[in-house]
Design a protein around this ligand. Structure first.
Ligand code: ADP
Ligand code: NI
Length: 221
């Protein structure tokens, strides 16, 4: 069996992940993975986290996501297969799987505080790509792909108390800002992510205010 060094493993995994996410119109395309990978490396360099675990988890974090994959979110078969095919040893596979399981948002009222430094980093990286200008673009891309309305003034945002409620919700995309995106800044785990989040959060607040102003014809000069 060929034994690869850390950077060759990461490159090999990255090529497989790129092929897997090639066709996606839900805001979870390869470039989302690429940005999360970059953000995770940036944060991990400033926190004490094991870089190889962080990079692999960042690359593989959406392969078994409930929003996309016809996959078992508990066992993560797609991520496991890639790691196995790249000859990653079982201990490292288990560490990476444990990180990925802690990444996702599961509803406003559900505690998703990670239990390892590595999971803190990857969760923050994924959440930074859900906010700011890119976060806005991704939210509406996702909403469009699921046939959701941009906004509906007759619907109130829902603070989901369980993952099951959150997963089955079909609300309009503007409500998603109150249900998730505007909550993320306060829930970040690391100082380096909080620094990047500030500007992104303010940009999103401005967007929501402008959107509602236009909707209600309150934006006249
Ligand atoms: P997570 O695993 O935390 O959900 P992802 O990397 O899968 O993170 O990205 C989730 C992104 O998908 C959100 O940031 C948002 O842009 C989009 N999304 C998810 N649910 C909705 C929704 N109900 N309405 C609009 N966008 C959504
Ligand atoms: Ni993601």
């Amino acid at each position: 069996m060929q034994v690869l060094d850390d950077s060759s493993i990461v490159q090999q995994v990255a090529r497989r992940v790129e092929a897997f996410h090639e066709v996606d119109t839900t805001g979870h395309d390869w470039w989302h993975i690429w940005r999360v990978w970059n953000l995770a490396r940036h944060i991990a360099q400033r926190e004490s986290a094991i870089m190889l675990q962080v990079e692999l988890a960042a690359l593989l974090h959406d392969m078994d996501d409930h929003k996309l994959a016809q996959s078992d979110g508990e066992n993560l078969p797609n991520a496991r297969n890639v790691l196995h095919d790249c000859n990653v040893d079982n201990r490292l596979i288990e560490s990476v799987v444990q990180i990925i399981k802690q990444v996702s948002f599961k509803g406003a009222g559900v505690d998703t505080t990670p239990t390892s430094a590595e999971a803190c980093v990857v969760q923050d990286a994924d959440r930074l790509d859900a906010i700011g200008a890119i976060g806005i673009a991704r939210a509406f891309a996702y909403g469009g792909s699921k046939h959701r309305e941009l906004y509906n003034p007759n619907e109130e945002p829902i603070m989901h108390g369980t993952f099951a409620e959150y997963k089955s919700s079909k609300g309009n995309t503007l409500n998603h800002f109150y249900e998730k995106l505007l909550l993320l800044k306060e829930r970040l785990n690391t100082q380096s992510a909080r620094e990047l989040a500030d500007g992104r959060h303010r940009y999103m607040e401005g967007f929501v205010e402008q959107f509602l102003g236009e909707w209600n014809l309150e934006d006249k000069p």
